[in-house]
Design a protein. Structure first.
Length: 288
C-alpha cells in the first residue's frame, strides 16, 4: 500500500524556474553540474554559451556530463512575410526526444527512466510553446478564406503543451525535471498585476504552475540577483520543503545545487561517478 514514506518527492525534483530574459536562469544550472548531476537539455533558446563557460571555469572535468539537443524551426522571408522554412519540426522532434533521447549516433535511452542522478531541462518553455504553436498552425485545416481558425490553433497548442507538462511531472516520469520559463505580467480582475509563466497565449499561463510542486524565481535585487523561493505581491511561488529555507533567498551561483540537496539526496558517489545512461564518446556542450 502506498504511503507518504515512499512518495517519489523524496527522490525526485520537479522544478519550474522563472526569470526575466538575461537574468542568468540557464547559467544557474552550472551548480548542478558541479554537484555531479547529468544534465540533458532540450535547447530551444540557443543560449547555452554562458553555461558552457561557467562549467569550463568551475568544473571542466564535468563537461561530458552535459548533453544537449538544439531544436528550433528555421524561418525564411517571403512575399507574404516571414514563414517556416519547410515543415515545422521542432515540436514533434522534442516529443520524440522525450520518448527516447536518440539522434544521429547518440542513444541515451528513455528520459523517464534516467533516474534521480539525471536532470532533464526544458530551456525554455517560451520557445517550446512557440514550436507547439507553429506545429499546430501547420496542422490546422484552412477554411475557404485560406486561413486557419486561430482559436483552434491556440487551443490545440495549449492542450498539447499542458499534456506534456502533465507527463513530465507525473510519478511515472522518474527523472528530475527543470522547466525554465520567462515571466508574463498579467492584469488581474482586482486591478493588481501578477507574474505568470509565458505560455501559448494567456489562458495557459495560470495553469502552468499547477503542475509543479516547486516553483521559484530568479529575481533581480538592485545590482544583485537571487533565487527567490517565497511568494510576494507579484508572484505566487512554492517549494515542497518551505520550512527548510526559512524565508531566505539563495545565491544563483550555488542555489540550485543547494535547493536539490535539501529536497533529495546527492547523486550517487561511485568510482565512475553518478549513475546514468551511457554517454556519447565526444565531449558535449558543443553544437550538434
Amino acid at each position: 500500500m502506498p504511503t507518504l514514506a515512499n512518495h517519489h518527492s523524496s527522490s525526485l525534483v520537479k522544478l519550474l524556474l522563472l526569470g526575466d530574459a538575461k537574468s542568468g536562469k540557464t547559467t544557474s544550472l552550472a551548480s548542478l553540474v558541479a554537484a555531479g548531476y547529468h544534465l540533458r537539455i532540450l535547447d530551444f533558446d540557443n543560449l547555452l554559451d554562458p553555461l558552457a563557460e561557467r562549467v569550463r571555469d568551475e568544473c571542466p572535468e564535468n563537461l561530458p556530463n552535459v548533453e544537449y539537443r538544439s531544436l528550433r524551426d528555421a524561418y525564411k522571408g517571403t512575399a507574404v512575410g516571414t514563414t517556416i522554412d519547410g515543415k515545422p519540426r521542432a515540436w514533434i522532434d522534442s516529443l520524440k526526444m522525450l520518448n527516447r533521447w536518440q539522434y544521429d549516433d547518440i542513444d541515451l535511452g528513455i528520459p523517464a527512466q534516467w533516474g534521480p542522478d539525471s536532470v532533464l531541462v526544458i530551456d525554455s518553455l517560451s520557445r517550446w510553446c512557440d514550436a507547439a504553436y507553429d506545429f499546430h498552425e501547420a496542422m490546422t485545416p484552412k477554411g475557404r478564406s485560406g486561413d486557419a481558425d486561430g482559436r483552434a490553433i491556440y487551443g490545440n497548442a495549449q492542450d498539447d503543451v499542458e499534456k506534456q507538462l502533465a507527463n513530465l511531472t507525473s510519478p511515472s516520469f522518474a527523472t528530475n525535471i527543470i522547466v525554465i520559463c520567462h515571466g508574463n505580467y498579467m492584469a488581474q480582475p482586482d486591478g493588481t498585476t501578477k507574474i505568470f509563466p509565458q505560455g501559448v497565449g494567456q489562458k495557459l499561463s495560470p495553469k502552468i504552475p499547477q503542475y509543479f510542486p516547486n516553483y521559484i524565481r530568479l529575481a533581480k535585487r538592485g545590482e544583485k540577483r537571487a533565487l527567490q523561493l517565497h511568494s510576494d505581491a507579484m508572484i505566487d511561488l512554492a517549494t515542497s520543503k518551505p520550512k527548510a529555507f526559512a524565508g531566505r533567498d539563495l545565491d544563483p551561483s550555488t542555489g540550485l545545487a543547494e535547493f536539490f540537496a535539501v529536497l533529495r539526496d546527492s547523486p550517487a558517489k561511485t568510482e565512475e561517478g553518478p549513475s546514468a545512461p551511457p554517454r556519447p564518446k565526444s565531449l558535449t556542450l558543443r553544437r550538434v
